[in-house]
Write a protein that binds this ligand. Structure first.
Ligand SMILES: [Zn+2]
Length: 328
């Protein structure tokens, strides 16, 4: 007899609509909510620049001198941003001796100016330092020299920590880098979190970034150390590796093409996991608005809610400085 109690499917489906009839209901039923505090704004500083240059495809994002960067942070703080992810390019690139004096100056100047009003995340990698643009060092036969790479990456991380960075964010995807950095920092009593780019795919969506960070590889690609987007278990293992090596938080990248991984990584590592809405994803939204195909702010809001629905703890996005205006 129970079967007779069932409603036809057409009537059952209407149940979903009852709690959507007005905004107060919809807000009441929202399963995801987050604030400006969850956003991280990337910044690009280039020693060679006097005047800031807009990054192709990334509306309201620039490659800047240090002076312009300080002004930009001030403006962003007034728009509610207090997390910044810093990418630094210096004039001199050399395989033999990395010169980090400009990097030190940028980090210490920003922290001197803004102190604890901001958290300064620093991307740690070798690709903006090497003359070949790869994230590692090679032997003569073009195989990755992992020991030398880890030595240099951990030196960069230590330099950033000494200059005042609040967060070390290694993005190179080399085995063992989180552990090596943690050991080097611990040895000098730096209790700085490592937020590791733990699941980073070799992706088509990094194009605008590479122009901005001046880090395109001169030969080959990064497929030999970044993840294959066809592989889910490998992607999860990469994050577990970083968790076991001592990462404090993890990150997937690109956000939308990794959306299925966030919850699994979180459950398997018991660590918070963030998402990086990368340059190609953001540019796709900007350029679509330019063509009259969508409303940028509404599209950003949608993507951010989806990342949060997928349980991203933080979102790195080129639109962080728009979050307050959009209503977060
Ligand atoms: Zn790199």
């Amino acid at each position: 007899m129970i079967g007779k109690m069932r409603l036809p499917m057409s009537k059952v489906s209407k149940k979903l609509h009852r709690l959507k009839s007005n905004k107060i209901f919809r807000d009441l039923c929202s399963e995801t909510d987050f604030t400006k505090a969850n956003f991280v704004q990337p910044l690009f500083v280039n020693e060679a620049l006097r005047n800031k240059e807009e990054i192709i495809g990334l509306k309201d994002n620039f490659v800047m001198s240090l002076e312009d960067t300080l002004r930009q942070i001030n403006e962003d703080i007034s728009n509610g941003v207090n997390n910044f992810l810093l990418f630094i390019s210096s004039k001199n690139k050399s395989l033999d001796s990395f010169n980090l004096s400009f990097h030190e100056k940028v980090i210490s100047s920003i922290k001197d100016e803004f102190k604890d009003n901001i958290n300064l995340w620093t991307d740690v990698c070798l690709c903006s330092l090497t003359d070949h643009g790869h994230c590692c060092l090679f032997d003569k036969d073009n195989s990755i020299n992992i020991d030398k790479t880890l030595d240099e990456i951990s030196k960069v991380a230590l330099t950033y920590a000494e200059a005042g960075a609040d967060i070390i964010a290694p993005s190179d995807m080399m085995d063992g880098r989180t552990l090596k950095i943690r050991k080097v920092l611990d040895a000098l009593n730096f209790s700085i979190p490592i937020i590791s780019y733990s699941t980073k795919f070799s992706s088509n969506f990094y194009g605008p970034f590479r122009n901005a960070a001046d880090s395109s590889p001169l030969f080959g690609d990064r497929k030999q150390y970044q993840l294959d987007y066809r592989n889910k278990s490998e992607a999860i293992r990469a994050s577990i590796r970083c968790a076991e090596e001592g990462a404090d938080m993890l990150m997937v990248k690109p956000a939308m093409t990794s959306i299925d991984l966030i919850k699994d990584i979180k459950e398997k590592t018991n660590l918070m996991v963030g998402a990086y809405q990368v340059s190609g994803e953001y540019a796709g939204i900007c350029l679509s608005e330019d063509k009259g195909l969508l409303n940028m702010e509404e599209a950003l809001e949608e993507t951010w809610h989806v990342m949060r629905r997928a349980e991203a703890q933080f979102i790195i996005t080129y639109g962080a400085r728009l979050a307050k205006k959009i209503g977060f």
